[in-house]
Write a protein that binds this ligand. Sequence first.
Ligand code: PLP
Length: 377
Amino acid sequence: MANSPFPELTLFITGPTYIRPEVRAAGAWPEYGHRDAENAKRFEPIFRNLGLIAGLPADYRTILFLGSGSTGMEASIRSLVAEGETVLHATVGAFGDLWHKMSVANGKKTVHLAFEPGTTVDPAVLDAALAELKPAVVAITHNETSTGVACDVPALCRVIKAHGALALVDGVSIFGGAPCPIAESGCDFYATATQKALGLHAGFGIGFVSPAAVEKARHVTGRGHATDILSHLGRAEKFQTQSTPNGALGNQMYLQLNYIVEEEGLAARYARHVAMRDMAVSFVKALPGFDLFADEGSRSPTVTAVAAAQGMTAADLRAVKEALRARGYLFDPGYAKLNEDLEAAGKRPIFRIGHMGDITPTMLEAYLKDLGEALAR
Ligand SMILES: *Cc1c(COP(=O)(O)O)cnc(C)c1O
């Protein structure tokens, strides 16, 4: 872009991700007042399109938190876990661990049910834990970005609901890249964000809230302010945010959500993500010594995690990152903490291929060719 002092890099990391030129340009559209009628011209369609992408049941509510996906996740803990109650976090990687950490930091009673990285939540193990511990709230990750594992949200929510607990789901890195499981699962809170499969800059945490969750929040004390889902609802009714939003992102989101829903279409968008996942999987299968980290059946449509060849270190992966930077790409050399843990356990580190948002199969094909060459060195 004209006058930018920064290099153009195509982001193949796991978010933020590539942004289309049309979306970039909408960042230069007029500024507006967030309590003025101009605001609703942007945000009424934004709220409507989010509901369409979510396949949202009519009695659910949508909230735009200022911040990012984490803000919505923390709000759900502050607003939906009452004093003395237990929240169980069933986790399969770093982002599940992060949500657990938020609950601990907020002084909640927690149980951390952790599964091996690369695997998914075992419904039978979850069922046994719920029977024994009777948590009021259970948090799961739809798409674990650190390991490239997508969980079966409806199946896990069936288990959670059978025990009468509220189900919270982190869908940050998959919303907009695969069908949203809210209606099918009946989950009570679904968190996502703008900078992953929606193909926008970061700046809003998006929360979808069930009627049961709204009712529950009324009985929870100490919900905070920015983390109080009830305090957001009144503003959301008027297609507003609790405080001043990022106006440029509002303009861009208006354009991008219209594009997703009306131009590309949801079915085509989801099919494109599956096609890119299949391309990444084939690429890895053909790469001698490298292995897919997630099991078949739970491989994410938005991010593929790859176990490096024997003898390759996390430091080697960081060198690959620099080699690809020289070719105009930003490569993801793996989630740092996970790679530290894997290497400490004598296991091979991983890297990730982000294929979310508006990346096209053609772009991915070119990238994989360069990546193959960089890995072969
Ligand atoms: C990126 C990510 C988050 C954190 O979201 P932010 O928008 O960076 O706050 C949480 N969960 C998952 C699965 C993610 O991929």
